[in-house]
Design a protein around this ligand. Structure first.
Ligand SMILES: O=C(O)C(=O)C[C@]1(C(=O)O)C=C[C@@H](O)C=C1
Length: 116
């Protein structure tokens, strides 16, 4: 825990302590989300699926706007926040699909579900 600067009003120090905890939780939550989306990116590349799924995104936006409304958070902000994250995820998906040299990885026999 960091020590608040001397002379800081105790109420402000307490609130900043809360803010720091929340920011730490957000970083951990985002790290977990990106670990999951990284695996989605690998799966999509293997299956030849497009990086983005606008239908899924529309459902996520509707759900998050609803949740934000219930939580007294600005739904416009919630939508912008999701869009910011999803944009980064799509960039990661495209990099994975392009392969390590920036060229799409060739399909392997194991990608083909038909084996006979
Ligand atoms: O669910 C997917 O298909 C994903 O690739 C994940 C995700 C997301 O970050 O939530 C990202 C891109 C898609 O357009 C939709 C959703």
């Amino acid at each position: 825990m960091t020590t608040p600067p001397a002379g800081l009003p105790p109420e402000l120090a307490r609130l900043r302590g809360s803010i720091d905890n929340i920011d730490a939780a957000l970083v951990h939550l985002l790290a977990e989300r990106f670990k999951a989306t990284q695996q989605v990116g690998v799966l999509k590349a293997r299956l030849g699926l497009p990086a983005s799924d606008p239908g899924r995104e529309a459902r996520q936006v509707a759900r998050l706007r609803d949740l934000a409304h219930q939580a007294d958070l600005d739904p416009v902000f919630a939508e912008k926040f999701l869009a910011f994250i999803v944009e980064e995820v799509i960039r990661h998906h495209e990099e994975i699909a392009a392969g390590p040299d920036g060229q799409r990885a060739p399909a392997t026999a194991s990608d083909d579900p038909v084996t006979d």
